[in-house]
Structure formats: C-alpha cells, structure tokens
Design a protein. Structure first.
Length: 521
C-alpha cells in the first residue's frame, strides 16, 4: 500500500517593534503536501508544520513579544476540511476526524488527519482549508470573521485560515501548497494624548476597511485586542471602540495588511463627544456617576429628541408634540396617553432611555435623593451627595433660580468652579427659596453651562390634554414605581417654596423626563 504525506513549512513570524502606527510581520505560511493514500473512500494524509519556535502543545497562536515570535502547534481535537466534487459533479465538503494524541508528533509540529470522502469524483479542483471552522462547501467561509471575541486562542482555533488548491487526477489526492488567507493584528489602544492605555477598558471594537466590517466583542488576557482580517491593499480603515460609557474613533489611511502576516498596531483613539450629553459629572450613589442630557426629552413629528436648551419646554398640549409623559409602562407607548384610568398605566416600567439610544436611562428615586438630598435637607446625612463644592461651599447640591426668564432649579456638578463675572448663587440647598433669588441671563447662563451646571425648568405638568403650572412648578419622573399603590410612581416635585426629591404622584399625570448616562472617571 502506497502511503504519502503532506509536508508544510512556515518560517518564524517575526514581529517589528510596536509603535503608535507601526506594525510587524511574519513570514507567509507555506504548505507543501504530497499525495495521500486513498482506500475505500477514506483518505489519510500526514501534514508536517514546521516553525522556528514551536514551544506549545496547543493549537494556538502563542506570541512571544520578547523574542518577537509567533508559533502554531496542533492540539487534540483539531480538524481541517477538504472541498471536492462527487461523481455527480456536486460540491462536497469533508471534515477530517478530530486529532487524537497519537495523531500529533511529540513537538506538536505535525499531525495525521483522516478524511472520509463520500463518492469522490477524483478529478478537478480540490481545496484544503485549515482550520475546518473556516470552510464552507465552496471554500473559505469569510462570514466567520464578521464577529470575533478579540482573543488569540479563538483566532487560532477558528479563524486562522490557510488554504491550498490543487487538481485531483488519478486515485491520489493532489499535492498542493497551502498559504494563509488572513492577516492577524494585535491592537493596543490609547487615549488621544498617548499617555493612557485604554485597551483593558474597551468592551467592543469595530474595524471597517470599506469592503469588510469586523465586530470585536472582547479582548485577550495578555492586554491586546486581536483580530483576524481579510488582507487589505492601501486601504482606509475606520475604527470605533467603546467601554460602555465613552466612545472612541480613529481613521487611518493607506494601510496594507498581507495574508499570513502578523502585525502589532497601536492606535490613539479620539473620544467622541455626544452633542446630546452635557459635560458635568454628578454622583447619584456611592458608586455611580452620571452625565445629563442637554435638555428635557421630547417627541415631535414622529421623532424622539432632546430640547436644544435646558430651559426649553412646551407650554401647551399637542397630539404631535409631547414633553410631559405619563409614567412609562409597557401598555402606554412611553406614557403618551391622555387617559386618567389607572389601568392604562399598569404594568412594568419601560425606560424612556430606549427611545434615544444606548446608555440613556431615567434616574431612580434613590438616585435623585442622593444627588439632591433626602427631603432636600441642607444636612446631607448618609444617603446624599457630599462631593459637590461651590466656591468653597461644601455639599453644594442645588439652588433655586430663574434662567433666561424660566424658573427652575440649578444642580451643581461634583466639581464646580463658579465663573468670573457672574453673580454667585445664594440660598444653596434651600428648598423653600424663591426662584428669583438667583437670576441669570443668556451670557451668565452660558458661562455656567461651561462650568457644567444642569438646569431643570419648572415646566408644569399635563393633566389629560391640558398643561398647568408651567413656570411655577416642576415635575420630573424617576424610574421607581410607588410602594404603597400600583397607581403611583416617584418623582421630583418643586416650586418656589418646596423641593421634594421623592414625591409621589398618580402615573396618569404627564411629567417632564430628563435622561442621564452613567460614566466612569
């Protein structure tokens, strides 16, 4: 019985030292198979893979960043695929039997794969694909590259595709030369200054070269984000990344990544500033901090958005313009309903944040109380924000004020320096102060926005189709349902002589909504 073997070779994968935009590369994988034995539709082939530095015993891409080497070895369970035609000239795919320990050489560099081919035509083109996970009925399954978990082990076992094409003539499978089909990149991400490594905080990354898009959902424990990509030639590549709170972007031009090559790439990412999000940071619990939306939530002409200014609101009801919503439940389309029936608003809470996009949400009643103070007491107690300081005034949380003629309350961020040339606010943390105790026009308020203040206008409330108390009362929902009655929910209520961060009200009333996003510092 004639037995022949495949012999595959690959030079060491040498890495060029990592720089901000630099990369390094390995040698192409080159496999040189000879003809295998064919008997009773079972084809046995032996494949020897040679590396300069093969130290592992797992089918993994093991990178030694000190020696600048990348190694691959086989492991128990590895499989490769073979594309061929059957005697009916239909495409067929055979996946080798999983490797056992006895199939693998002692150094892990070679292994014997066994195929069972069903009715092979034994003529025409055949293709070997390694690993089997990258094979479809007709070749590479590039869709597998669309979503990756960012780890080297996953690339090694599923995505590090190599392919060899030959012509089957006679009983024996043809001899082919296999080459890698993907480039592998190890990414390190830093902030725009280059001083801070943000790789460890990234939870998702997207790579787009204009022809392909790769969604990376995680990272490797070694401190890199790995990606297997289709080779590029002088491509413009767009990167986006997120840590769940901050979003980053980066564009690079003229990038060429070759098949079978390994690259180290450093990217300085630019944080994307959402124009809908204010800059001030506010503690809402001992562990959580948020940033506010630029204005109250509204729904107009079929579109959800925020008012452009913090002091803006609707003074009357319109079927096509809503900014005062019943307490949102699964039955009421985010509270856009004029019914006063309690049954209309029964059900589970549905957060208004879902109308805007990822990360936006409504504060809980406990978070409103932490930020503003329990019962708006000047004494912060143990369940209230103590980090805010206004020009030396500790525990400064809010002040009644009129902004551009609109009464409401100003909320101070955790860190605040009052701008020069603007009257210092008085009656800080005073729940019964009149709105006119502090008054700011357009110029002064613009400076206070720059200093990260938030303003909640006294926008009134809606009862059925009527708006009342606009300009004298403020009503803002929390996401917390009432505890004593299912007809009620909690919110923030205030006027010129009162501020209650945990007021209760019937769910059918239309209150203002101000959304937040959680942040990390």
């Amino acid at each position: 019985m004639k037995t022949t073997k495949y012999f595959l070779s690959m030079a060491a994968l040498a890495l060029v030292g990592a720089t901000f935009t630099g990369c390094s590369s390995d040698d192409n994988i080159t496999d040189q198979p000879q003809q295998p034995e064919t008997k009773n539709n079972v084809v046995t082939q032996t494949t020897t893979v040679g590396f300069d530095d093969a130290t592992g015993t797992t089918r993994a891409l093991d990178i030694n960043y000190t020696a600048k080497t990348l190694t691959k070895t086989f492991a128990v369970g590895d499989q490769i695929a073979l594309n061929y035609r059957n005697t009916s000239s239909q495409p067929a795919k055979a996946v080798s039997k999983p490797l056992t320990a006895s199939d693998i050489s002692a150094d892990g560099k070679s292994a014997t794969f066994t195929f069972e081919l069903t009715d092979p035509r034994k003529s025409g083109t055949v293709t070997y694909i390694y690993p089997a996970a990258m094979a479809s009925e007709n070749g590479y399954n590039w869709d597998n590259l669309n979503t990756q978990d960012g780890t080297l082990a996953s690339i090694a076992s599923n995505l590090d595709g190599a392919r060899g094409v030959g012509i089957w003539s006679g009983d024996a499978l043809p001899s082919v030369t296999m080459t890698n089909g993907v480039a592998i990149i190890a990414y390190t991400l830093k902030d725009e200054t280059g001083a801070n490594d943000i790789t460890s905080t990234i939870t998702g990354m997207t790579i787009s070269d204009g022809s392909h898009t790769y969604n990376i959902t995680g990272k490797d424990a070694d401190g890199h984000i790995y990606a297997a990509i289709w080779p590029t030639d002088n491509a413009n590549i767009e990167y986006t990344a997120t840590d769940g709170t901050k979003n980053y972007t980066k564009s690079v031009t003229g990038k060429t990544y070759e098949t079978g090559q390994f690259y180290q790439v450093g990217l300085r990412m630019t944080e994307v500033v959402d124009p809908n999000q204010l800059s001030g940071i506010f503690s809402v619990s001992s562990t959580k901090k948020v940033k506010f939306s630029k204005g109250n939530l509204r729904y107009a002409s079929g579109t959800w958005s925020f008012f452009d200014n913090q002091y803006d609101y609707y003074t009357s009801y319109s079927e096509d313009a809503w900014d005062k919503f019943g307490w949102s439940t699964s039955a009421t389309t985010y509270g856009m309903n004029t019914s006063t029936s309690s049954s209309t608003y029964s059900g589970d809470f549905v957060d208004w944040g879902a109308t805007i996009g990822t990360g936006w949400r409504t504060l809980t009643s406990a978070e409103w109380q932490w930020m503003l103070g329990p019962s708006s007491s000047p004494d912060p107690g143990t369940n209230c924000r103590t980090s805010s300081t206004v020009n030396g005034t500790a525990n400064a949380r809010f002040a009644k004020a009129t902004v551009k003629g609109k009464p409401g309350i100003i909320i101070f961020p955790d860190t605040y320096t009052h701008p020069d040339g603007v009257t210092f606010p008085s009656s800080i943390n005073t729940a019964n102060a009149a709105f006119t105790v502090n008054s700011y026009g357009a110029t002064a308020w613009s400076k206070m926005i720059t200093a990260s203040c938030v303003f909640l206008p006294a926008a009134g409330r809606r009862s059925q189709a009527s708006v009342d108390n606009a300009g004298s009362y403020g009503y803002y929902w929390s996401s917390s349902p009432g505890t004593s009655s299912v007809d009620y929910a909690y919110g923030v209520l205030f006027n010129s002589g009162y501020l209650g961060p945990a007021g209760g009200s019937n769910r059918s009333y239309g209150f203002s909504v101000r959304l937040v996003r959680e942040v990390t510092e």
